[in-house]
Ligand binder design. Structure first.
Ligand SMILES: Cc1cc2nc3c(=O)[nH]c(=O)nc-3n(C[C@H](O)[C@H](O)[C@H](O)COP(=O)(O)OP(=O)(O)OC[C@H]3O[C@@H](n4cnc5c(N)ncnc54)[C@H](O)[C@@H]3O)c2cc1C
Length: 261
């Protein structure tokens, strides 16, 4: 069984701020990390590997510095890394990104299962996984917190409002993972990091995967971002004091003044 896990390097979003003048994200000085949801996907792929001996390829699209998340994934137990890196990919929205990743997956050729995170913590759209499935023409199940394999298919637990569903799909298929219900944080061991250095890791360009340049970058991106801005700061609240009946009168007075009642 061949599993491809799509992993994205993201800025540690708890440390990112918006520049009020340019309305762009201030990324300088912000450390980059493996997108946590992709770490969850990889942990489930490693669980399947333990059970079935599956081979895991991690695939990332980004600048050369994204090699670090590939090295981390290899140290955690993935078998091969592929970085899509080329100026032609710059400016790609989720549509163009999913086209590029799907084209690379076709180039890899032999795959049974494609795994993505539920979303990337910087972009937050959760569109790339479904986009890849569309471009590959394979079934997809999103927002899963557990996955298992059984004779040519997968069985997953999909989170829905107020509960979950158990779903099956024939392979090949794509799943997006949220935090597994039995997740235990995993860290690379010293030995894992040592072996990772000998594992194959390649960098592929747009021309190498045969991607149509018209479908990449800004030209291939139907999305236009008008403005990015932090939500306005909330007004300071008012504090009322007094007896219960005085407080009730005050609240009624304010609600009436604001024309809420
Ligand atoms: C007009 C426009 C221009 C943009 N220009 C740039 C730019 O120049 N540079 C830039 O870095 N971003 C750019 N972006 C952002 C870029 O489109 C998104 O980062 C990317 O498409 C993924 O979307 P997302 O972050 O919402 O991921 P989601 O859709 O939330 O991600 C879901 C899952 O898909 C997989 N995935 C997503 N992205 C990747 C990836 N790159 N590699 C491997 N797996 C992945 C992961 O498994 C992830 O958990 C641009 C966006 C727009 C709208």
């Amino acid at each position: 069984m061949n599993i491809i896990v799509c992993i994205k390097q993201v800025p540690d979003s708890s440390r990112v701020k918006v520049d009020p003048k340019t309305s762009t994200l201030i990324r300088s000085g912000v450390p980059s990390i493996l997108n946590p949801y992709d770490h969850f996907a990889l942990s489930q792929a490693l669980k399947i590997k333990q059970k079935t001996g599956a081979a895991i390829t991690v695939l990332s699209m980004g600048p050369n510095q994204a090699q670090s998340v590939i090295r981390l994934a290899l140290a955690l137990g993935a078998d091969k890394g592929i970085l899509l890196s080329d100026r032609a990919f710059a400016g790609s929205d989720t549509w163009a990104t999913s086209y590029a990743l799907a084209t690379a997956i076709k180039k890899i050729g032999s795959y049974d299962l494609v795994m993505c995170g539920q979303m990337a913590i910087d972009g937050d759209t959760a569109q790339t996984g479904p986009g890849i499935a569309y471009h590959l023409g394979i079934p997809q199940i999103t927002f899963c917190d557990n996955i298992d394999t059984a004779a040519g298919k997968i069985v997953v637990r999909k989170i829905i409002d107020g509960g979950h569903q158990i779903m099956e799909a024939d392979l090949p298929a794509l799943v997006t993972m949220t935090m597994p219900f039995d997740y235990v944080a995993d860290y690379p061991s010293f030995l894992g990091a040592f072996h990772a250095q000998k594992k194959p890791s390649e960098t592929w360009t747009a021309a190498y995967i045969g991607a149509d340049p018209k479908n990449l970058g800004l030209e291939g991106s139907p999305t236009r971002v008008d403005r990015i801005f932090p939500p306005p700061a909330r007004q300071k609240g008012q504090v009322f004091t007094g007896s219960n009946s005085e407080l009730a009168d005050k609240v009624l007075e304010v609600l009436a003044k604001e024309e809420i009642i």
